[in-house]
Ligand binder design. Structure first.
Ligand SMILES: NC(=O)c1ccc[n+]([C@@H]2O[C@H](COP(=O)([O-])OP(=O)(O)OC[C@H]3O[C@@H](n4cnc5c(N)ncnc54)[C@H](O)[C@@H]3O)[C@@H](O)[C@H]2O)c1
Length: 256
């Protein structure tokens, strides 16, 4: 599918990786509906995106809110060809923490946002995409891209919930791709290493430097636009389907 003039939904599109994806789609003449929690925090970035960026305040853990946002997007834009799920959180907590046993609700919250939220957006999107006009040599109707993490493969201490949520994203990629194949809808996941976004800003500088130094090559954090460039390539390359691509500079995370 050509990357030009797409109608897209980007969850978590107000910040970090999702914002870079949004910027790239708009630069290619496309239109994006951002689903994110609130636009006030990101007002400056959102204004810069211009009139082909729309924002619908949506908590991806609410099925009703996601369904309504997708319906509204479809009514405004017509066929939606691309969905990129970047909404996520990455808290870290040991099961046996200093202040007691991990709270089950904290574990559940990470699964609800990262895994269930991505599924909920895919579910609502494919319901609309199945009616899209098929385009191009391969009669494509759409592309769904979810954001996993290398923590799914090498989760560190404290990342049980986060790693489980990202592992779930990777595991559902193939069955979804197989199911939607007859509709001409592809499903892919990206497993980023460490990228310079507000999510990582929360780490102290020394920890960020140590993480950069652990990346074999290039010895730096990834830039959000490098993630967006891979999204573009996945859209353009129809043979990419049903799998997860690591984007990590050969980083393999150690035990802690
Ligand atoms: N930055 C990294 O190094 C890195 C590495 C691997 C994976 N990831 C994944 O990439 C994705 C994007 O992360 P980022 O680094 O851009 O972080 P970020 O914090 O900059 O962006 C995440 C966005 O998700 C939104 N969000 C959170 N909860 C939400 C909810 N319930 N409903 C709707 N939106 C919600 C936030 O408001 C925010 O805008 C996440 O899934 C993250 O786990 C990031």
């Amino acid at each position: 599918m050509e990357f030009k003039q797409l109608n897209a939904i980007v969850s978590g599109g107000a910040s970090g990786l999702g914002l870079a994806v949004t910027q790239r789609i708009i630069a290619a003449g496309g239109t994006v509906v951002i689903l994110d929690l609130d636009c006030e925090r990101y007002a400056d970035e959102l204004i810069l995106l211009g009139e082909r960026a729309h924002f619908i305040a949506t908590d991806v853990t609410s099925e009703a809110a996601v369904d309504a946002a997708l319906q509204e997007s479809h009514s405004t834009l017509g066929d939606i060809q691309l969905v990129v799920n970047c909404a996520g959180i990455a808290p870290s907590s040991r099961v046996l923490a200093r202040d007691g046993l991990i709270n089950h609700a904290d574990f559940q919250k990470v699964i609800d946002i990262n895994l269930n939220g991505s599924f909920t957006v895919c579910r609502a999107a494919v319901n609309l995409m199945q009616h899209n006009t098929a385009i191009g040599r391969d009669d494509e109707r759409g592309v769904l891209i979810n954001t996993a993490s290398i923590a799914a493969f090498e989760g560190q201490i404290g990342q049980a919930a986060y790693a489980a949520s990202k592992g779930g994203i990777i595991s559902m990629t193939l069955p979804l791709a197989r199911e939607f194949a007859r509709l001409g809808i592809r499903v892919m996941s990206i497993a980023p290493g460490l990228f310079e976004t507000p999510m990582l800003d929360k780490l102290p500088l020394a920890a960020r430097e140590a993480l950069s130094n652990n990346t074999p090559y290039p010895k730096r954090l990834g830039q959000a636009d490098e993630f967006a460039a891979l999204v573009q390539h996945i859209v353009e390359n129809s043979m990419l389907n049903g799998s997860t691509i690591r984007l990590d500079g050969a980083l393999r995370m150690g035990q802690k």
